[in-house]
Design a protein around this ligand. Structure first.
Ligand code: SAM
Length: 183
């Protein structure tokens, strides 16, 4: 059985981060996440964008805003990941263990939350995480870090996930755009 995969984006700022947080959610959706959890500002406009992608290209991921993300994470990591037992928390940070070294040590038999930071990351994220994981030990982008981590975690299979009831289906082609649209 494949365990649920959550992506938690910390510290979203509605006026400043909508594009990068939207890209995080789109990467999470395209690469295997079941749930995207937003911490920081609530952002109905950003959620509406993702829902519109889900309406057109198929449903795959729930969206939720967390008013108390560290309390949620504490509970997930230590008590209840949704099935009565603790889950696994991976925190993406340039200070962590390189992802290709870390991944074989991460358990796969429990729900997983991948935490991605924002402008400021609370120190508790480092201590609550079972694994602080770096995608290279240089600062870059949370979107790149999430994509590379999920690709390695799923061994490439994340990009082949299925989507429920898509209205639009893209047919890969060498030239042009080939898209089927459901009536
Ligand atoms: N200034 C923030 C802090 O206090 O750590 C980090 C800002 S950084 C642009 C935002 C997020 O991108 C980080 O929290 C981390 O999740 C992710 N990130 C950036 N570079 C990374 C790397 N090399 N490996 C893993 N994650 C990275």
């Amino acid at each position: 059985m494949v365990e649920p995969l959550h992506v938690l984006r910390l510290g979203h700022r509605k006026g400043r981060d909508p594009r990068i947080t939207t890209h995080l959610a789109l990467v999470a959706r395209a690469m295997g996440a079941d749930r995207f959890l937003l911490a920081g500002d609530e952002d109905e406009g950003m959620f509406a964008n993702i829902r519109s992608v889900e309406d057109r290209f198929g449903r795959a991921m729930d969206l939720e805003h967390l008013a108390s993300p560290m309390a949620w994470l504490r509970r997930f990591a230590q008590q209840d990941a949704g099935d009565g037992g603790p889950g696994t928390v991976v925190h993406l940070t340039m200070y962590g263990i390189p992802h290709r070294t870390a991944i074989p040590t991460i358990r796969r038999d429990r729900p997983l939350t991948v935490v991605v930071g924002g402008a400021k990351v609370p120190p508790e994220a480092f201590s609550l995480a079972h694994h602080n994981v770096a995608v290279g030990n240089q600062p870059h982008s949370e979107v790149a870090a999430l994509a590379l981590f999920l690709d390695a975690w799923t061994n490439g299979a994340g990009l082949e996930r299925t989507f429920e009831a898509p209205r639009l289906r893209i047919h890969p082609s060498a030239r042009g755009k080939h898209v089927d649209e459901e009536e």
